[in-house]
Design a binder for this molecule. Structure first.
Ligand code: G4P
Length: 525
C-alpha cells in the first residue's frame, strides 16, 4: 500500500455542528482531554465574549480561546490523526460554517437534551444533507432535566429525517446519570464524576447481570428502552450511516465527561476516512495522485504583528511537502508553500508534510481565494467544484466614513467581495454609489467592516437596508422585475444579476403569479 493511502486511512476529518450553547465548545475540549492533547479541562475561556457578534472581530477571535480560533485542530487518538474543523459557533452564523462543512468527511451533531432540535441545528443539518455527510449524533446534557431520550429520537426522525440508531443509551434518569450502555456490545460503563469534569471520568465496565444488580431501576429502564429499540431494528447500520440516511446516537454529558470516550471512539470506528474527491466534472481524483487541495477559508490579520493572510486548504490527494510549489488552477500562477502551518489555539506550528484529509494553513496567500483549487504540476491538472453559495438573509449598505478614502473603499469592496466575505451588490446604472452588502449572517458584516478598516485603511459606516430577500435572476427577467414595486435589480461582483425584495410577500406573490420569471434562490453548489 502506498504511504499516501496508508496515511489517508488513518485520517478522520470532521466538524461539530450544534445550536449555540448545546455544548460544542465543551465537547471539543473534552475530545482534546480524552485524546491527551490537553491535561485538564477548563482551558476554554470567556464564553461571554463569544456571544457578542459586534465587538472587534480579531479580539473576539482571541478571547474565544482554543476552540474558536483554531480553524483545524489536529490531534492523534488511537493511532489515528483526527482533524476537527471549527464551525464558528455564533448565534448568528455565516457562510464560513457552510464552507467548513465542504471540507469534512463526517459531522458530529450535538443536541441539548433539554431543547432537542433547534433552528440552527436544522439549518446546518440541511448543508450536511446536501453533501450527504455522515452524521453522528450526541445527546448532550443528559446529566440534567430534559426531554426523554426516546422523544429526542422522534424529533431527529421527524424534523431531520435521519433514522436514529442508538449505539449507546443512558442509564440513570436526569440529575442521576450513571453511565451508558453500549448496545452493540451489551457492556454498561459506569462513570464517576470528577470535579467540574476537568479530568477524565473514571470508568467501570460491567455486564448486564452486574449492572442489573448494582443499578436497579435505572438499569431496568435502560434495558427496557433498549429492547424496544431492538424491536424497532434501531441498530447502528454502517451502510445507511455512510449514505447520510441513518445516524448513530451517543448519549452522555460533555460537562461531566460521561459518554465522551464512546463518542470519540465512534469517530475512529464509524466515521469514514478521506475518499477520493470528485473534480468539477464529477470524476473522483484518486488519493495517490499528485498533491491537490482546495481552499475553504481565507483569514487575514490573524496575527496583528504580521499583516498576513492565511488560506486554509484541505488536502484532497497526494502528499503535501512544505516548500513544494503548487499551481492555483484559477489563475494558473504558482504558489510557494514555504510557510505552511497548522494552527492550534493562538499558536502556529510549521507543518512539514500533510496527507489527504489534513488542513494546511498557507501563509502569505495573497493570490488565493475561497474555493480555489491548488495542484502539484507533476501530476494531472484538477479543478474541484466551486463551494456552494447560500441565499443571503441580511442586508446592509456601506459608505466610507471619510470621503477622502473612496479609492481604498472601492479596492476593499472589490477584494472582499471576490473573497466572499460578503456579497457586494451594485446598481449597474449607478456604478459605485453606496453598494448593498448581502450576507448569510450579521457577523460577516462585522468582519467586512473590520477588514476594510485594518487592511484597506477605509473605515466604513454600515447602514441598514430595506431588503428582506434576494434571488438570482437573468437579464430578461430583470427587465420585467424592474417594473415591480419593492424590487430592485443589482449586479454582484462576479457579474451575476440579482433581484432584491423589500418584503418576502412581494417575492412570494411574484413566484406564485409569474413562475416564468427566473428567481433562483442562489444555493448553487
Ligand atoms: P457551545 O459551544 O455549543 O455554544 O456551548 P458550550 O460548550 O459553551 O456550552 C454552553 C453551556 O452549556 C455552558 O454553560 C456549558 O458549561 C454547558 N454545558 C455543556 N455541556 C454540558 C453538559 O453536558 N451538561 C450540563 N449540565 N451543562 C453543559 P455556561 O453556564 O454557559 O458556561 P460555564 O459557566 O459553564 O462556563
Amino acid at each position: 500500500m502506498s504511504q499516501v493511502i496508508e496515511e489517508a486511512a488513518r485520517r478522520r476529518t470532521f466538524a461539530i455542528i450544534s445550536h449555540p450553547d448545546a455544548g460544542k465548545t465543551t465537547l471539543t475540549e473534552k475530545f482534546l482531554l480524552y485524546a491527551g492533547a490537553i491535561q485538564s479541562g477548563g482551558a476554554v475561556k470567556a464564553r461571554e465574549d463569544r456571544r457578542s457578534a459586534t465587538s472587534d472581530w480579531m479580539e473576539m477571535e482571541q478571547k474565544r480561546g482554543i476552540s474558536i480560533s483554531s480553524t483545524a485542530l489536529n490531534f492523534p487518538y488511537r493511532e489515528q490523526e483526527l482533524n476537527l474543523l471549527d464551525t464558528p459557533g455564533h448565534r448568528d452564523f455565516s457562510e464560513d460554517t457552510y464552507r467548513v462543512l465542504s471540507a469534512v468527511d463526517a459531522v458530529v451533531m450535538v443536541l441539548d437534551a433539554a431543547k432537542g432540535i433547534e433552528p440552527q441545528t436544522l439549518k446546518l443539518f440541511e448543508v450536511c444533507r446536501s453533501r450527504e455527510l455522515p452524521v453522528i449524533t450526541f445527546l448532550n446534557k443528559l446529566d440534567r432535566p430534559g426531554l426523554e431520550p426516546l422523544e429526542l429520537l422522534d424529533q431527529i426522525e421527524e424534523q431531520i429525517g435521519l433514522r436514529p440508531t442508538p449505539a449507546t443509551w443512558p442509564v440513570g434518569s436526569y440529575g442521576d446519570l450513571r453511565g451508558v450502555l453500549d448496545r452493540r456490545t451489551d457492556v454498561f460503563t459506569r462513570f464517576t464524576r470528577t470535579a467540574r469534569g476537568s479530568k477524565i471520568a473514571p470508568e467501570e465496565d460491567m455486564a448486564a447481570e452486574q449492572a442489573a444488580a448494582e443499578e436497579g431501576d435505572a438499569w431496568l429502564k435502560c434495558a427496557e428502552e433498549s429492547e424496544l429499540l431492538d424491536a424497532m431494528g434501531a441498530d447502528v447500520d454502517m451502510e445507511s450511516f455512510l449514505a447520510g440516511q441513518s445516524t448513530p446516537i451517543f448519549a452522555g454529558s460533555a460537562l461531566t465527561n460521561f459518554g465522551v470516550r464512546h463518542l470519540l471512539d465512534a469517530i475512529v470506528d464509524l466515521a469514514p476516512a478521506p475518499l477520493p474527491r470528485d473534480d468539477i466534472d464529477g470524476e473522483p481524483r484518486p488519493l495517490e495522485t499528485a498533491c491537490s487541495a482546495f481552499v475553504f477559508k481565507v483569514q487575514a490579520n490573524m496575527d496583528r504583528n504580521h499583516r498576513d493572510r492565511i488560506a486554509f486548504a484541505r488536502i484532497c490527494s497526494g502528499k503535501f511537502d512544505r516548500g513544494m510549489v503548487m499551481t492555483c488552477e484559477r489563475t494558473g500562477k504558482p504558489f510557494a508553500t514555504k510557510y505552511a502551518s497548522t494552527v492550534f489555539g493562538a499558536e502556529r506550528t510549521t507543518i512539514d508534510e500533510a496527507f489527504p484529509g489534513d488542513v494546511v494553513g498557507l501563509v502569505n496567500a495573497t493570490g488565493l481565494n475561497i474555493g480555489d483549487t491548488l495542484y502539484d504540476e507533476t501530476g494531472p491538472r484538477v479543478e474541484f467544484p466551486k463551494l456552494p453559495q447560500f441565499a443571503p438573509e441580511v442586508f446592509a449598505s456601506a459608505r466610507p466614513q471619510d470621503s477622502g478614502k473612496v479609492k481604498q473603499f472601492r479596492k476593499g469592496l472589490d477584494q472582499l467581495g471576490e473573497e466572499g466575505v460578503v456579497q457586494v451588490l451594485r446598481d449597474p446604472d449607478w456604478g459605485e454609489a453606496s453598494p448593498v452588502l448581502a450576507a448569510v449572517g450579521q457577523l460577516q458584516f462585522d468582519v467586512f467592516a473590520n477588514r476594510l478598516d485594518v487592511e484597506f485603511n477605509a473605515p466604513i459606516e454600515l447602514l441598514s437596508s430595506p431588503y428582506q430577500a434576494i434571488r438570482l435572476t437573468d437579464s430578461e427577467s430583470a427587465t420585467a422585475l424592474r417594473e415591480k414595486p419593492g424590487v430592485r435589480i443589482l449586479q454582484r461582483t462576479d457579474g451575476a444579476l440579482v433581484a432584491l425584495f423589500e418584503n418576502k410577500y412581494a417575492l412570494q406573490r411574484i413566484e406564485q403569479n409569474e413562475p416564468e420569471l427566473m428567481l433562483d434562490p442562489i444555493i448553487a453548489g
